[in-house]
Design a protein around this ligand. Structure first.
Ligand code: ADP
Ligand code: MG
Length: 456
């Protein structure tokens, strides 16, 4: 049975979320009219038949998962291009967005949220399933009719069935939340506890315990394993809360608490509202808002890339080609290096003409050399010209006044409504990152370059 016969994708259109390889949208069941979420996963994500078969096997196991804090998986379809997973629809959005919208978050609430996440984790671990990608984007909220919320853990597509005492050796997950032993590719289900420890740390302070400007820096910080519980925002956090954080972020896997032990910890038994220090709550929120902005930009960018840009495979091929041409390996192609390669494939005169065409097209800053990004943009499959058009459209979404440049205000206008209260400094830094020529605004070329960086 094909998906379109069972589910209507048009009735209530709406993209609920995007990941690097998937898109989640609302659909209606044609017969029952039930509204569900449909996750579409491109098969190109799973390149071999074996990987695809593993994926299907695992999906069948998740179908059996039935727990109040795990989003229910209903059905599973596939066609030539994609897998389609039909899931229970969650109406409250992602955890962090809700916190920011509410404008306050107490220890009691952190305890309430963590308890629900951990009960889902315990249930999964008892079935020998490790999630491996626990992070705030995968924690959704379901608003109940009484106005309360329920936590739902999603994204079990990367989870893994383990046998007790088995050590797993695939690298998986998202850097901020990744346990040190996952980086070393030798881990077990306790990696989920670490990730939840990171979530709890952020819930209590608004900041990630292991940070850094680049992936490498974050990775180093995790491997080093040191984090602080001493800064201003931590001063007013209760001893129970700090104790639980440190036991979940315990470096030694043997000593790290199990899901069952976390649930028994006094912090998760917290019943009474603690005294709330307004200033501290403000500080916590401000931190969280700034941290979230970074992800919002990435998400917005991914949304465009998912539909508009080249695939990872294509990028890899182009990277290969780039490396071949870059004879001295400095990451920059000179006109001579390109000419050298072209001469292998065509006569000298044609080669000269072709290379001149490329230089005219891509040497955006007129330096006589081409860097990696310029090369990729220039050599993207011609057939994808339409997609380049779409990238232009994406640019125009930001460029509200149509002057060909994106200003700080325009970025704020597009990304701002969902992330209010951000430091002025933060927006300025964001622009600085993207604005390579330092004129205080983002040109189309700079925009393209930023997009390219995300597909890593
Ligand atoms: P990925 O593997 O790409 O991370 P996810 O399953 O985490 O995919 O879904 C991506 C995003 O889509 C989530 O972070 C969430 O915001 C949204 N989402 C996923 N499933 C649902 C759902 N059932 N109801 C509402 N939103 C959802
Ligand atoms: Mg996800």
């Amino acid at each position: 049975m094909t998906i379109n016969l069972v589910y209507d994708q048009r009735q209530c259109q709406g993209v609920l979320g995007v990941g690097a390889f998937s898109q989640v949208r609302k659909v209606t069941h044609r017969k029952t009219r039930a509204i569900r979420a449909m996750k579409v996963i491109s098969k190109s994500r799973l390149s071999t038949t074996e990987l695809q078969q593993n994926f299907i096997n695992e999906i069948n196991v998740y179908k059996q998962l039935d727990h109040p804090h795990i989003l229910k998986l209903y059905e599973f379809y596939q066609d030539e291009k994609n897998f389609y997973i039909i899931i229970e629809l969650c109406t409250g959005g992602e955890l962090f967005d809700k916190i920011i919208e509410k404008g306050s978050f107490s220890e009691k609430e952190a305890s309430y949220v963590m308890k629900q996440i951990m009960s889902a984790v315990l249930y999964a671990h008892n079935q020998n399933i490790v999630h491996r990608d626990l992070k705030p984007e995968n924690v959704l909220l379901d608003i109940t009719s009484q106005g309360n919320y329920n936590v739902k853990v999603v994204d079990w597509g990367t989870a893994k069935i383990f046998s007790p005492n088995q050590q797993i050796n695939e690298k998986f997950g998202t850097l901020y939340y990744m346990a040190p032993e996952v980086l070393k590719r030798n881990y077990n289900e306790k990696c989920d506890i670490w990730s939840c420890g990171v979530i709890l740390y952020i819930l209590l302070s608004g900041m990630p315990p292991f940070g850094g400007k680049t992936d490498l820096e974050i990775q180093k910080s995790i491997t080093y394993g040191k984090y602080t519980l001493d800064s201003d925002v931590w001063n007013s956090v209760s001893a129970h809360a700090k104790d639980l954080v440190s036991q979940m972020l315990q470096y030694d896997v043997q000593k790290r608490l199990s899901a069952k032990q976390v649930l028994e910890h006094p912090f998760l038994q917290l019943q009474h509202q603690e005294k709330v220090d307004k200033q501290i709550v403000q500080c916590r929120l401000k931190n969280l808002v700034n941290f979230r902005a970074e992800q919002k930009l990435q998400q917005a960018t991914l949304m465009f890339i998912g539909t508009t840009m080249i695939s990872k495979e294509e990028k890899n091929q182009l990277m290969q080609a780039f490396k071949e041409m870059d004879q001295n390996g400095d990451g920059i192609l000179t006109k001579e290096e390109i000419l050298e390669t072209y001469k292998k494939y065509m006569d000298d005169e044609t080669a000269c003409q072709e290379v001149q065409k490329i230089m005219d097209l891509v040497d955006m800053d007129g330096s006589g050399t081409i860097d990696y990004t310029e090369f990729i943009i220039a050599t993207m499959d011609r057939k994808k010209a339409v997609q380049k058009e779409k990238l232009k459209e994406a640019f125009q979404i930001f460029d509200k006044d149509g002057n060909g440049f994106i200003s700080e205000q325009e970025i704020k206008d597009v990304l701002g409504p969902s992330i209010t209260g951000i430091d002025e400094k933060y927006w300025m830094n964001m622009i600085k990152e993207i604005d390579k020529n330092g004129d205080g605004q983002i040109s189309y070329e700079e925009f393209c370059a930023m997009m390219m960086k995300i597909i890593q």
